[in-house]
Design a protein. Structure first.
Length: 318
């Protein structure tokens, strides 16, 4: 591989006709990149109607594929990776729009041969404005970045699925995303990027994963997601599947699989929550309550995930 000018495939996974216009906007944003990719792949998860509709809407510069195997984001991503030809494989959500310098910012990180994965940030675009009770610390529950992360380039455990890029060779070395986790439709199963990066780190201890805040995508938040039950469900599943990762993913000696989550929990309890209580205002008190409820939901999910015979009530049949 030419380390100075790698080829890139961008994969956008999709599953529902309801996001057809969003998908078109996502593809258009990739085409507008200052450093455009050599390949764009639209991977459709078990929806032949959407596949045919997208194939009719795209020209030959976009490869549209239909995944008809196991349902879910992980399996659909894997289907795209199997067909990707680029040295690097980048992923963008079907309801996100990439800023023009997004891909170039990610590619630049791979000049370091030890960098195996990279990620950026997501700015939320609320359909009806941010709810007054919704704290920035919970943006991750609707596809945003963790606001407490450093604002400069830094090493991280894993990138986030809405904005990430990998060397394609790592999939050949360690396999793809775990199909036991990862979202299925609107069912918020998470953690597949974490599990994959833990496998990579176990196989190659010198591997680096880099977060570049200037690699920005805009993630849309429809009104039906800006609701407390939705974020509690997301928090519950995060706890449930992170327990699965803790007991399943290989971890090198001296490392903690959930060190990022522990640091985030410490930030919530020691900084985010106290900051909402002084000075006191009704909106800040409601934000504090949302933080407490999400911590509780994630804790319940984590606890139940430790019991092997209890399944997440938010899982769906595959």
């Amino acid at each position: 591989m030419n380390s100075h000018y790698p080829t890139v495939s961008v994969i956008i996974c999709c599953y529902t006709d309801e996001r057809f216009n969003d998908i078109l906007e996502a593809v258009a944003s990739v085409r507008r990149q200052v450093r455009p990719p050599e390949e764009i792949i639209l991977a459709v998860d078990n929806n032949r109607g959407l596949f045919q509709r997208l194939r009719g809407a795209m020209d030959s510069s976009v490869r549209v594929i239909l995944h008809e195997g196991a349902r879910g984001l992980s399996a659909t991503r894997n289907a795209g990776v199997e067909l990707a030809q680029g040295d690097l494989v980048a992923f963008l959500d079907d309801d996100a729009v990439a800023e023009p310098k997004w891909l170039g910012q990610l590619i630049d990180l791979f000049r370091d041969p030890d960098v195996v994965a990279a990620g950026g940030t997501a700015v939320l675009r609320w359909a009806k404005g941010r709810p007054f009770w919704f704290p920035e610390e919970l943006d991750w529950t609707v596809g945003g970045s963790l606001g407490w992360l450093p604002v400069e380039r830094t090493l991280v455990r894993n990138p986030h699925g809405f904005n990430m890029c990998f060397r394609r060779e790592v999939f050949e070395a360690v396999g793809g995303f775990a199909v036991e986790i990862g979202g299925i439709g609107e069912t918020p199963r998470g953690g597949e990027e974490t599990e994959l990066c833990l496998r990579i780190a176990h196989r190659r201890p010198s591997a680096k994963v880099v977060m570049e805040p200037s690699a920005v995508v805009v993630h849309k938040v429809p009104a039906n997601k800006a609701r407390l039950p939705v974020i509690l469900r997301r928090a519950y599943n995060e706890g449930f599947y992170k327990n699965w990762i803790r007991h399943t993913a290989p971890v090198s000696r001296g490392r903690n699989a959930l060190s990022t989550e522990r640091a985030y929990l410490k930030h919530l309890l020691h900084r985010a929550l106290p900051s909402r209580l002084s000075p006191w205002r009704p909106s800040r008190l409601l934000q504090a309550a949302a933080i407490v409820l999400c911590v509780w939901a994630a804790g319940v999910g984590y606890a139940l995930g430790a019991i092997g015979n209890i399944r997440s009530p938010f899982r769906v049949a595959r």
